[in-house]
Design a protein around this ligand. Structure first.
Ligand code: IMP
Ligand code: MG
Length: 420
């Protein structure tokens, strides 16, 4: 009998606390693999009193015994990857011995970042609020069959391929407003970084992962962004350009659906979103400000303030359905402990009808979330039992979501986690 690939992913708009939970779970796995996204991700991990933010490297990198794979569904910016490697080395972690790079992963070029910025600038008020890391243009070149891949780095015509894509990008840029961008400097950094990552271990990801699963190795696929940013099922067009959902694990690592095991979905005890796009339970007044302040809700990649609101049950039910979630991890329960009462949207009211169904467009529909109020709880350290009010609330959520809540995280540290 073979093992399966477990999945850990975000159920909201990203920033649910994936990095912390992956880091915690990593010692139960042989391999941690990123399957999509790129340096738009910011996975924050706190070990003792030090905080690290990972953008491309999987969150298992702090465990010596764990192999970390950057899968074929990921888009890799060589510059960010080198910065991350250097950052880890500076704190005594040598990632090179336990980091593998899929040959089929696509490369982010400096001109992809330039195109991202120009495209956003041209959209004015309609901008996506992209992280400007070149994610969209790189996936466009991938599906447009123009992309440059990690496996090309060692081929003799790499430089020619690069030059021809660069030319195409520069012509494309003429349709956009001009953007300030030091292409010469960025290309110099990029070329130096390419030389460095040329010496990383490259793998045929699909072969490696299938061999590993069949030989009994335990694998955890680490999602980035969140389900509501999925290109297919998220709040399009305010989404990222990859499949952030469980289905993305199959394409992003090269494994069959039958090989998917547990799917751990992460949600905050409330909800946040960074960038533009619909957010039914967003709080615009004092409560939103308080959530942002207590929760330190500022982007790990861009530093932007995150939009904050109450937890949204119809939204979570939708994400649980799309992903086949088998267990939930809830994070930041300590932040809600700052309030006396908290709310959850248990349904939507659209055109005077109560519904639990996530609508086609959240932009055209006037959604009124239907809220229920619950007493908050006292935040307790991990050696104490959960406060009864929190326990009751978790049971309410489990009933509404029809899925067990297995992990409760009440702080950024490794030890601030309860397994139920
Ligand atoms: P892009 O993926 O950089 O093009 O950004 C598209 C949208 O997804 C923007 O609203 C970003 O703020 C959001 N986004 C991308 N990556 C993340 C993430 O890791 N966490 C939260 N939001 C993200
Ligand atoms: Mg993040």
């Amino acid at each position: 009998m073979s093992n399966k690939v477990d999945v850990l992913l975000g159920l909201q708009w990203g920033d649910e606390g994936k990095g912390k939970i992956v880091d915690y779970l990593a010692d139960q796995y042989d391999i941690i693999a990123r399957y999509q996204g790129g340096p738009n991700a910011g996975h924050t991990i706190k070990i003792e009193d030090k905080t690290f933010v990972l953008h491309t490297i999987p969150s298992g990198i702090f465990r010596e015994e764990v192999v970390n794979i950057i899968g074929n569904g990921v888009v890799v910016d060589p510059i960010t990857l080198c910065n991350e490697i250097d950052g880890l080395k500076a704190i005594g972690v040598d990632p090179l011995e336990r980091l593998l790079l899929a040959k089929k992963a696509h490369l982010i070029l400096p001109t992809h970042r330039l195109l991202d910025a120009a495209s956003e600038a041209s959209k004015g008020k309609k901008k996506i609020g992209s992280t400007l890391r070149g994610i969209g243009p790189t996936y466009m070149d991938k599906t447009g069959r123009n992309g440059l891949r990690v496996g090309d780095i060692l081929s003799s015509n790499f430089k020619n391929k690069y030059a021809s894509i660069r030319e195409k990008h520069l012509s494309l840029l003429r349709i956009y407003p001009e953007i300030e961008f030091d292409l010469v400097t960025e290309e110099k950094k990029w070329n130096e970084s390419i030389e460095r990552i040329a010496s990383l271990t490259q793998i045929n990801c699909e072969e490696y992962v299938n061999r590993a699963v069949n030989s009994g190795k335990k694998i955890l696929a680490e999602g980035a962004q969140g389900s509501m940013l999925d290109i297919e099922y998220g709040t399009y067009p305010y989404v990222t350009s990859s499949n952030t959902i469980t289905a993305g694990v199959c394409t992003g690592l090269g494994i069959a659906p039958q090989k998917i095991g547990e799917v751990i979905g992460i949600t905050k005890a409330y909800c946040t979103r960074v960038g533009s796009g619909p957010f039914p339970t967003e709080l615009h007044g004092d409560e939103g400000e308080e959530l942002r302040k207590y929760g330190k809700e500022f982007g790990a990649t861009t530093g932007r303030p995150r939009r904050c609101g109450w937890i949204d049950i119809p939204q979570l039910k939708y994400a649980i359905m799309i992903n086949g979630v088998t267990q939930i991890a809830i994070t930041k329960t300590d932040i809600l402990a700052e309030f006396d009462f908290i709310k959850a949207a248990t349904a939507y009211k659209i055109d005077n009808e109560i519904t639990l169904e996530y609508p086609y467009s959240l932009e055209n529909n006037k959604i009124e979330p239907v809220y229920k109020s619950y007493p908050s709880w006292e935040d307790r350290s991990n050696d104490q039992p959960l406060d009864d009010d929190l326990k009751n609330y978790l049971e309410v959520l489990e009933g509404l979501l029809n899925t067990p809540i297995k992990f409760v995280s009440n702080g950024p540290g490794r030890e601030e986690l309860k397994i139920r």
